[in-house]
Design a protein around this ligand. Structure first.
Ligand SMILES: Cc1cc2nc3c(=O)[nH]c(=O)nc-3n(C[C@H](O)[C@H](O)[C@H](O)COP(=O)(O)O)c2cc1C
Length: 182
């Protein structure tokens, strides 16, 4: 893998909301779950993944999760064991580190997806309670993020543009470069 491969993959990365009407193979879902597992994690035993590909449950997800505005046939749900997290990371770990871990898992999933012809959409606009009842999560398992997964349509609509990040140099407010464009 060259620097060009990595740069190209980062450049291609985007959210997808339109997917082909066919299931994601079990092997592909396992590779996606593996990618999420490889992502950085502050401590062991905190991360749980729920892999959903049952069409009935996916249809229900679309009904009860308002932000799930896509036709993905599968999703991977990143969850945190809050009891274990508090034991090994303390309160601040539960409130901060576990969310960083969830974000890292999303990034890994997205990159792995590209290698398999799969696209993803990170979705968090829902209530904890809705995800909890959809997946039968025990009380100490917190849903962090649902990631829609599916085969990308041949000509997807253009990706959203214009999401900016500000760069500062040595201290906040000193410009590092005028515009950090994506
Ligand atoms: C933390 C987070 C939460 C998001 N929640 C939703 C969501 O609930 N529903 C949705 O369709 N997209 C969601 N998105 C996708 C963003 O809207 C998307 O990143 C944005 O449109 C930029 O597109 P891009 O990632 O393709 O550049 C979320 C993205 C992130 C990172």
């Amino acid at each position: 893998m060259t620097e060009t491969d990595i740069t190209a993959a980062m450049r291609r990365r985007r959210m997808h909301r339109e997917f082909e009407d066919r299931p994601v193979t079990r092997g592909a879902l396992e590779q996606m779950a593996w990618a999420a597992t490889r992502a950085q994690q502050a401590r062991s035993g905190v991360r749980h993944l729920v892999i959903v590909d049952d069409p009935v449950r996916m249809a229900l997800a679309r009904k009860v999760l308002p932000g799930f505005i896509n036709n993905a046939p599968a999703m991977i749900v990143h969850c945190t064991d809050t009891i274990r997290a508090e034991e090994v990371l303390g309160r601040r770990g539960v409130d901060a580190a576990t969310w960083i871990d969830a974000g890292a898992a999303c990034a890994h999933l997205a990159l792995m997806g590209q290698t398999l012809g799969l696209g993803v959409c990170t979705v968090t606009s829902w209530s904890d309670q809705a995800v909890r009842s959809l997946l039968h999560l025990p009380d100490h398992i917190r849903p962090d993020v649902t990631v829609a997964v599916g085969y990308v349509v041949p000509q997807p609509r253009p990706a959203a543009k214009g999401f900016r990040t500000s760069w500062h140099h040595n201290s906040f407010g000193t410009v590092f470069r005028q515009e950090a464009a994506t």
